[in-house]
Design a protein around this ligand. Structure first.
Ligand code: ASP
Length: 346
């Protein structure tokens, strides 16, 4: 029997650099195994927590991440929800921000921490960043506030020294250890000598409602980055995608697009076909404000929906989530204008 006071953490290894372990005989990189991890990171034993692990079989490089794996993660977390105090997901860095965003929508009214982390160097290598990332993530997943409730009942990414809301993060560095940023929301905590939590930023579940996992995603979504000189044929090609359901436009600055009559006309035609059009900015920081310039207003008039300060990762996964639930257009638009998991500043 587990002692009620001993925090219990489930570590889920999906794949990625952090869990790749060099076989001393062959030199090849092999995948995660908790017993081996405990030998490489003996500090794990000092936690006095019950730590169990589940490994994806086979583990995947996160470049191969797909909605079916988000469903699998949601299934693992919901099946074990009552048994653990918190969850740590080990994941490749490349698509970590997409997974964090997707899970933030799929794990509705989450009451426990789901901390996603990884590393730039495998955990067995000298100078690895994986050790600190893993240990601090476990500590955060187990942390409780003064009322004994989970300190961060959210899907987060912890990397280097920042704890960030998952659906606000983006990978910004292919090499450095400080590889993730949340440009439109300050970190929820910073790890130094102490872990300093920004309690006022942390979302809490509605205590009158249960935790509710969701398993439906619809990936008929496309993202188009505007650039000077964009050709009409590229927009035209979208009409050949028979079942396209949503187009995310990555526009300039505060949500602006070239003032080409054909562009606006084609967007209106897509809208008339039932495609949801959403405007997010190419800038890393700041929000879309379509009424600010005529170049943005024309999009609003063509039926384009405001994406506010959403990251691309969050917008893609939010649309997959909303479309997956077969809601009427008006309801999708209402939820697009609502922060459902702290993903936008409305
Ligand atoms: N390609 C790897 C992945 O995302 C890189 C990493 O683990 O950081 O799975």
């Amino acid at each position: 029997m587990k002692q009620p006071t001993t925090p219990s953490i489930l570590v889920i290894y999906t794949g990625g650099t952090i869990g790749m372990i060099e076989n001393p005989e062959t030199g090849a990189l092999e995948n995660f195994d908790l017993a081996h991890f405990r030998r490489l990171v003996p500090e794990l034993n000092r936690f006095n927590y019950d730590i169990d692990a589940i490994t994806f079989d086979p583990p995947i490089d996160s470049s191969d991440m797909e909605p079916k794996y988000w469903i699998k993660l949601t299934r693992i977390i919901s099946d074990h929800y009552a048994d653990y105090d918190g969850f740590v997901v080990l994941h490749g860095t490349d698509t970590m921000a997409y997974t964090a965003s997707a899970l933030s929508f799929m794990l509705e009214n989450l009451g426990k921490a789901v901390i996603i982390t990884g590393s730039q160097l495998p955990i067995g290598q000298l100078r690895t960043d994986g050790k600190e990332n893993l240990l601090t993530s476990i500590e955060i997943a187990a942390a409780r506030d003064e009322y004994g409730l989970p300190m961060v009942p959210e899907v987060c990414i912890f990397f280097e020294n920042r704890l960030m809301r998952g659906n606000r993060t983006t990978k910004i560095n292919a090499e450095g250890f400080n590889a993730f940023r949340s440009y439109n929301l300050p970190p929820l905590a910073r790890a130094g000598i102490h872990i300093k939590y920004e309690s006022h930023l942390i979302r809490r579940p509605d205590s009158n409602k249960p935790f509710r996992p969701h398993f439906l995603m619809d990936n008929r979504v496309i993202i188009l980055t505007l650039f000077p000189g964009i050709r009409r044929e590229y927009i035209e090609a979208l009409f050949h995608i028979a079942d396209l359901r949503a187009l995310i436009l990555k526009t300039y600055g505060s949500g602006n697009a070239p003032q080409k009559p054909w562009l606006i006309e084609r967007l209106k035609a897509l809208r008339a076909k039932g495609v949801i059009l959403v405007n997010i900015t190419q800038c890393s920081q700041g929000a879309v404000e379509m009424r600010r310039y005529g170049t943005g207003l024309q999009l609003l008039q063509a039926g384009v929906v405001n994406g506010y300060d959403s990251t691309p990762e969050s917008m893609v996964t939010k649309l997959m989530f909303l479309l997956g639930h077969n809601m009427p257009y008006e309801e999708i638009i209402r939820l697009m204008n609502t922060s459902i998991a702290g993903e936008i500043t409305v």
